[in-house]
Each structure stands twice: as structure tokens, then as C-alpha cells.
Design a protein around this ligand. Structure first.
Ligand SMILES: [Zn+2]
Length: 234
């Protein structure tokens, strides 16, 4: 009787406050969480974690030495991935980050990717001013999801962002390197020392911000680095 009543009230609650898929906005069915099964199978996965020299890895060639680099989805204007990232970043839906982190972490382990052999997961930090306005760093939740799936610790206290870098988008690609190179600094080298660090970001476009962050990490003795993001723009 109790179970019956519980289900009755849950169904009633669902009628007024339906859980919707945060990618396609359709109502979630029983057993679905955050993203519906259809979206989970149809969102455009890159599969680039299966290639040693993917286009993404090549984006970093000659710029920063990496063990591996991978992104879960392709990102383009107007697609469901952009919708997901927008909600994660600006609408307070942090659970998207953790969900995708778990999903991607499991993929990396199953694929026996080099990226699974990491010692510490580090999200790209937000500048404190940005953090104060938004209230959270969207990359922290992605890092936590990866950490849970991969059984590797994560830390948001090893690095800090010292500059906001607002003017960056107005500059030409070449100028950006100089502009971003010193926007991060290490605040706890002991956490990084002699480790394979997995840097995580939400979306990668030119790769210049993640490159700057990776270069900062690699200044610490004995470190190696890999990089993952939820999505990459082609
Ligand atoms: Zn959906």
C-alpha cells in the first residue's frame, strides 16, 4: 500500500513538475536521468578518444606536449550540445557536468585510452570575479563526474586564474597566444609535482586557453599532461 501511494504521489508530482531532458527538452521517461536515452545515443560523439593522432591532438602539436587529448561531443551553433553547455554554464544546471563527466569517464576506461592513466584531474579555473558572479565553476562538476567514474582524485585548488582575459575574442588568433599565456598560475605545486595531470574544460575552440593552462601546469617539475573537454567546435 505504501509503495502504491508513494508511486501515486511521485506520478502526480511528475505531472506538474515534469523532468525534462536537458538536451532536447522532451519529458524524461522512467529510468532516464538528465538526458534522455535517445539524446544519449544521438548526440554527436567525436570518438576522438579512440585515435592517437586525432584532429584535436593535432591542434596542440608544436604548442604544448600532451600525452592525450579528447572531447566527448562535437559542438556547433544551435545543436543540442550547445543547449546543454549553455544550461550548465549559465542556468545553474551543474548536474549536467557531473552526468557527462561520468559518461565520458566510463568511455575512456572502456576504450583503454591513455587518458585513463592519470593521477589528478584539474578543472580550468575561473577568475575569482567571474566565480563570484556565476557562483560556480562549470568545469568543477565535469571534473567531479570524471573523478567518480575513473576513480582518480580531482582538485580545484592547485591552479588559479590571475586574469579574466576579456579582450581575447577581439584579437586575432596569433595575438591570442601572447594574450593568454600568463593568465594562469600554480598556487600549490605539491599537488601537481611528478603527476600525470588531466586538465578539463567545458568547450574547446582554438585551444589557446587550455594551451595556456597546460603550459602553466607543465612548469611544475615531473608533470605530464592530458586534456579533455565536454565538446569541441570543429
Ligand atoms: Zn533528449
Amino acid at each position: 500500500m505504501f509503495t502504491f501511494l508513494k508511486n501515486y504521489f511521485l506520478d502526480l508530482f511528475d505531472l506538474f513538475y515534469p523532468n525534462i531532458c536537458l538536451a532536447c527538452s522532451q519529458k524524461l521517461l522512467k529510468g532516464e536521468e538528465i538526458i534522455c536515452f535517445r539524446c544519449e545515443s544521438e548526440l554527436p560523439q567525436t570518438g576522438n578518444w579512440l585515435e592517437a593522432d586525432s584532429g584535436l591532438v593535432k591542434r596542440f602539436w608544436g604548442r604544448v606536449p600532451l600525452q592525450g587529448a579528447a572531447t566527448l561531443y562535437h559542438f556547433h551553433k544551435g545543436n543540442e550540445v550547445q543547449h546543454l553547455l549553455h544550461q550548465l554554464k549559465y542556468k545553474g544546471r551543474q548536474e549536467i557536468g557531473e552526468h557527462l563527466g561520468k559518461l565520458f569517464g566510463n568511455q575512456l576506461i572502456q576504450a583503454n585510452s591513455i587518458i585513463k592513466d592519470v593521477d589528478l584531474i584539474v578543472p580550468v579555473p575561473l577568475h575569482w570575479k567571474r566565480l563570484k558572479v556565476r557562483g560556480y565553476n562549470q568545469c568543477d562538476f565535469f571534473a567531479r563526474g570524471l573523478s567518480l567514474a575513473m576513480n582518480v582524485p580531482w582538485s580545484s585548488t592547485a591552479l588559479e586564474r590571475t586574469h579574466e582575459n576579456i579582450s581575447q575574442t577581439k584579437k586575432k588568433r596569433y595575438d591570442r597566444w601572447g594574450n593568454v599565456a600568463d593568465i594562469f598560475s600554480v598556487c600549490d605545486a605539491e599537488q601537481l609535482k611528478d603527476k600525470h595531470i588531466l586538465l578539463v574544460d567545458d568547450v574547446v575552440t582554438t585551444g589557446s586557453t587550455s594551451e595556456a593552462c597546460l603550459q602553466t601546469i607543465l612548469k611544475t617539475p615531473g608533470t605530464k599532461a592530458s586534456f579533455v573537454a565536454i565538446a569541441s567546435a570543429r
